[in-house]
Design a protein around this ligand. Sequence first.
Ligand SMILES: *Cc1c(COP(=O)(O)O)cnc(C)c1O
Length: 391
Amino acid sequence: MFFSHLECSVPCGAGPFRARERHHTCPACGMPLFARYDMARARKWSRESLAGRRSDMWRYLEMLPIFPGETPVALGEGYTPLLRTFRLGDAVGLDCLYVKDESFNPTQSFKARGQSTAVTRAKALGATTITLPTAGNAGNAAAAYAAAAGIRCEIFMPRDAKQPFIDECRLYDANVTLVDGLITDAGKMAGAKAKELGWYDVSTLKEPYRAEGKKTMGYEIAEQLGWELPDWIIYPTGGGTGMVGMWKAFDEMEAMGWIDAKRPKMVTVQPTGCAPIVRAFEEGTERAEMWEAPDTQAHGLRVPKAIGDFLVLRAIRESGGTALKVTDRQMVDDMIAIGRLEGISAAPEGAAALSAARVLLASGRMKAHESVVLFNTGGALKYLEVLRSVS
Ligand SMILES: *Cc1c(COP(=O)(O)O)cnc(C)c1O
């Protein structure tokens, strides 16, 4: 196990910070912290040693935030199928289209990955209660992992959250507080309570470990494609942990000699009703302004302001990728297209990745022969109401 220390993601120059202490954001500048590993040892770790290992994300144990003697809080997260979707590829005009199907995760979304690492650390650091704001999936995952770890979970959700998400938090015995306002308002309440009562805050990128769980998506895509990354990765972006995590994973794998310097073009897709990263990308700014009055059925993307916005924008730009927005109508149509053509259960957020591929193909930016991975970040079951309301 190579986990060694924490470092500011900016980096602002402060630190390094001790991995065995509780840190949330950079004590000097308040920005996200990254977990760092002993790369001298990591360079000697061969990817061949993965053969025969457990088929969840903890197969990459050495490069995850855990120390000898600790046990991961795990429910079977990660190592999800990378499906070659021929019928969908034919329909949109792509020869080599894949869907990374994150609906296979515990609680049916990729939020499980981040909560597995976050709760593993929270438990190791002696936390007895975790807290977070959520639109739904992050809360479901946090509640499930907290239950598995035997610690309390205090969830703050916008009052208009979809009912199945609220119900599922309660299934795992989490305490749910419904908040008037947006996820950012829920975040302020969770943060204030954490400060007051010593709860361990697992808000997106306000602790270093959710991004570590999400980075395993980058490791998996490389491993599943025989250590050659695709030309494009399309990622429905809310808080951006997955983009940030995968971008970090590619650097780690290159440093270990597992992949070469070629990177996929990273694409952020957001709804027209809440597209702060897209706007910042188009305007060429380093940070994204708060999006006023966000409005979309894809609640996982209804994030008007993200603390890690500069990290997402950095990944998009360094990769030569892009950011674009699609309508809720396009997403719902593509939920149906993915279901009808492939039998895949896609959340509106996941469907947005397909909508984005159509836009990129139509503009000529993406070519038919290029390999493309779409992230189906969650399953459709908790969103069936959206389908009914539109059809
Ligand atoms: C949270 C969520 C997203 C956005 O993920 P980030 O890593 O926060 O950008 C996308 N899709 C679904 C289904 C989600 O729950």
